[in-house]
Design a protein around this ligand. Structure first.
Ligand code: SF4
Ligand code: SF4
Length: 170
């Protein structure tokens, strides 16, 4: 399980995550194979919430413009499936990125918490921990088996390299 960098008390007061401009946003969480099964095994999770390309399908925001994750509890800004939230949700504001044929660990500085902290020792220590975690044999095998989660996000900052060759399926 990935240790979190951003404290949950900070996230609850922020509306930076779980909301999307478009229904087919590249930022909507992409699911690992085992996460799809875990979600489907939960009786109260509608199957329609998972797209054919294995992403969570955002729904129209009942509170305003744009789209939201169907698992977001809008009133209190909490995730309804927090205990089984996807790998990508646990990883953010860090992302697995494909750039110039290399698989990289990157960070999205649009997150206000990481933007403030990125040059601190705390952030450096966390990045070293996260790079070590993702480069472990178990996590490399997981990434290899789920190549679709390695995406070409733009405007993110490279922080470490992942020791994986460009997967065939992307
Ligand atoms: S943008 Fe950052 S601080 Fe805001 S909810 Fe997302 S991870 Fe938390
Ligand atoms: S699954 Fe939870 S954490 Fe992930 S986008 Fe949806 S509401 Fe947010």
């Amino acid at each position: 399980m990935i240790k979190q960098f951003v404290p949950s008390e900070f996230c609850i007061k922020c509306k930076g995550c779980c909301r999307f401009k478009e229904a087919d946003s590249v930022w909507s969480p992409c699911l690992l194979d085992e996460e799809i099964q875990e979600l489907l095994d939960k009786k109260d999770i509608p199957v329609a919430s998972i797209s054919i390309n294995r992403r969570i399908c955002p729904v129209a925001n009942p509170d305003g413009a744009g789209f939201v994750c169907p698992y977001l509890e809008i009133q209190d800004n909490k995730c309804k499936i927090y205990d089984i939230r996807p790998f990508e949700c646990r990883l953010y504001p860090f992302l697995i990125n494909l750039r110039k044929g290399k698989v990289l660990l990157t960070v999205d500085l649009n997150c206000p918490y990481v933007y403030e902290k990125i040059n601190t020792q705390e952030a450096k220590d966390y990045i070293a921990y996260l790079a070590g975690y993702l480069n472990s044999p178990k996590q490399l095998k997981m990434l290899k088996g789920n190549p679709r989660i390695i995406q070409a996000y733009e405007e993110v900052r490279e922080v470490a390299e992942i020791n994986l060759k460009r997967p065939e399926a992307i």
